[in-house]
Design a protein around this ligand. Structure first.
Ligand SMILES: CSCC[C@H](NC=O)C(=O)O
Ligand SMILES: [Zn+2]
Ligand SMILES: [Zn+2]
Length: 357
């Protein structure tokens, strides 16, 4: 663990401590706000007359962390004792990549001492009448492309041109971006469902830098690209391809971050954790909609070390406002989440030892 970045673990001891534990994960950090774009104090948790609670983190992911705690409070008040030990875990830094949070922690004896069998984590809001269920994630890659060339007067043909090299390399990224955008628009998956964001690879040029003045040709230009690589892609081969795009144009490709695992948690009949989630949702009359998480969250570190992890936030019929201005959640959904977890946690804690790896 990293100094100044605590991980908070609340342990509810199970009646059968020899069994592996259930981890209820949530991240404590939120993304920044631009306050002038908010109608209310983003950290005031203002409740509007219709029950909407406006706050940074309302969807991402205070509702989940609070949902776990309130559910445990309800269960304890009823005298429930889980079979498996349950850990509610609050981690830092998810929003900035988790390097000093979950990524390092899963490699420690401290984490191993929790003896985790399964983890529940965050999902996403959506406008339909279903909870999204996330069983895998795209691999986040942050790529810095640097081009070098000659310098001099803006009135000349200066060769090689750093900016031109950069633009040519970026053209390849853009061409790939467009082909994936097209695939998203027209293709279907193996079950005939139209592809979703998590099924394709996105590419965005997010940083660009070159030059100091109109008439001075810069000798260096660089750009930053954010890619989210779909789980269907062979990561090693694709990484080589990206390096090749740079090599062809004489630019340097640096992977500032390249997650090289796309391990997923298959939602099949043999996945007893998933079966419990399904049956609780069915009892509650809630539809579930499984897909690949289009962004990145801490579950990827858990899946990478071989643990099953499923992401659900009990949010439906709600605009997706994670990281956006005026993020909110209606209080009815917050309470619905507490009730869902209160039903689900004892069920997960009752999954037989056969589910343990
Ligand atoms: C890629 S590391 C950053 C993780 C971040 N997670 C949530 O938004 C994301 O950009 O998806
Ligand atoms: Zn989150
Ligand atoms: Zn987030």
């Amino acid at each position: 663990m990293v100094a100044g970045k605590p991980i908070c673990i609340l342990t509810w001891a199970g009646s059968e401590p020899a069994l592996k534990s259930v981890m209820l994960n949530s991240h404590i950090d939120v993304v920044p706000v631009s306050e002038s774009n908010w109608d209310h104090d983003p950290f005031g948790a203002v409740k509007l007359p219709n029950g909407d609670i406006v706050a940074r983190g309302a969807q991402d992911m205070k509702c989940v962390g609070i949902g776990y705690l309130e559910a445990i409070r309800v269960l304890k008040a009823k005298g429930v004792v889980p079979k498996r030990t349950v850990h509610a875990v609050f981690v830092p830094d998810e929003e900035i990549g988790g390097a000093d949070g979950m990524e390092k922690w899963v490699e420690t004896d401290d984490f191993r001492s929790l003896n985790v069998a399964f983890a529940l984590d965050e999902g996403l809001s959506n406008e339909e009448n279903a909870y999204k269920v996330y069983y895998g994630e795209r691999a986040p890659w942050w790529i810095k492309i640097t081009a070098k060339g000659g310098a001099g007067h803006g009135s000349k043909f200066i060769e090689p041109s750093a900016t031109e090299r950069l633009v040519r390399t970026l053209d390849k990224f853009v061409a790939f971006r467009n082909s994936e955008k097209q695939r998203l628009a027209v293709c279907r998956n193996e079950f005939g469902r139209p592809l979703r964001l998590g099924d394709v690879t996105t590419t965005n040029i997010t940083l660009m830098n070159a030059g100091v003045q109109f008439n001075v040709v810069p000798e260096e230009a660089w750009a930053g690209v954010d890619m989210r690589v779909a789980p269907s892609v062979n990561l090693t081969t694709f990484r080589e391809q990206v390096v090749q795009w740079g090599a062809e144009e004489g630019t340097t490709i640096e992977f500032v971050q390249a997650f090289m695992s796309n391990a997923a948690t298959p939602l099949n009949d043999g996945n007893l954790w998933w079966q419990k989630i399904r049956s609780v949702a069915e009892q509650r009359g809630v539809e579930l909609d499984p897909e690949i998480f289009p962004a990145a969250t801490d579950s990827r570190f858990l899946r990478k070390i071989g643990l099953p992890a499923i992401g659900i936030s009990c949010i439906r019929n709600t605009p997706v406002l994670l990281h956006d201005h005026n993020e909110y959640l209606n209080e009815k959904l917050l309470i619905e989440g507490v009730e869902f977890y209160a039903q689900l946690i004892p069920e997960l804690a009752s999954v037989p030892a056969t589910a343990d790896a």
